[in-house]
Design a binder for this molecule. Sequence first.
Ligand code: NCD
Length: 315
Amino acid sequence: MRDTLTAPPARTQVPPRHLTGPNDLSLPLIEQLLDDAAVFERGDAEAAPLRGRLLATLFYEPSTRTRFSFEAAMHRLGGQVLSAENAAQASSAAKGESLEDAIRIVSGYADAIVLRHPEVGAVERAARAAEVPVISGGDGAGHHPTQALLDLYTIKKELGRLHHLRIGLAGDLRHGRTARSLALLLSRFPGNELIMISPPELRMGTDVLDQLNEARVDETDDLHGAITGLDVLYQTRIQAERFASLDEYERYRGVYVMTVDVMHRLPEHAILMHPLPRAGEIDPLVDADPRAAYFRQARNGLWIRMAVLDWAMGR
Ligand code: NCD
């Protein structure tokens, strides 16, 4: 009795598989996750591979798609979910508990943690404190790696390849973690050209630009000019919550709006993507255009998150 109390079995034999940002994703791992997601989408996977496993989702920022798709993915894999959808108020963070302490505690209850947090680097800090895999659901204006994976999955499914593409990333590239992560992942594939479309004040950060060595990169503030040669236009929301004041945000709100008229400039074979939620950047009248891929894109999040959870906790 005494021995079992003093010497509990080690919880994990191997280091946990964290996914805190694009740098955790090697090219072979990206390809494996895209392939696994396709297997899940086809319904060819083993039934309930995560039966008996528990996922904790800790969201310190609002979310619809990311949290629901992770939770739906976990249920579809046969596992169960513990959820704090408003962790800033509903957890002991409201009493001043540190993120590290919260993660250490939740690590003892769950087999993996999905974390969304407003501070850049918070997910990496959490991973250092955790004994189980920590998967990013977005860290402030930092990164959103599973969104970038589902974006790749969508591009591959819609256009048949992930190389030799001209991709326009438009909107708030300074604060938009989805565009930042996607740019890094796209630059790993050969022959891609990235056109960064933003007002000068909302340019893509040099921390990302400096790592895009494989890709050709152009920067412009002219959406209408850039659009005509694209294979993918990736539109993003101006990130109101990241500006110092509402006045500053108002300066950029509505800077790029996709309307039925502007869609005439986008090539016939191209697709329009958006991580959603949209806040006026795409007129709902555009939804009927077959090139409008954003609702299909959101749905793909389910397959990618099944693949990510299975990789982190399975086998
Ligand atoms: C994005 C996010 O949270 O970064 N949403 C999402 O996860 N699909 C995009 C955004 O909020 O603008």
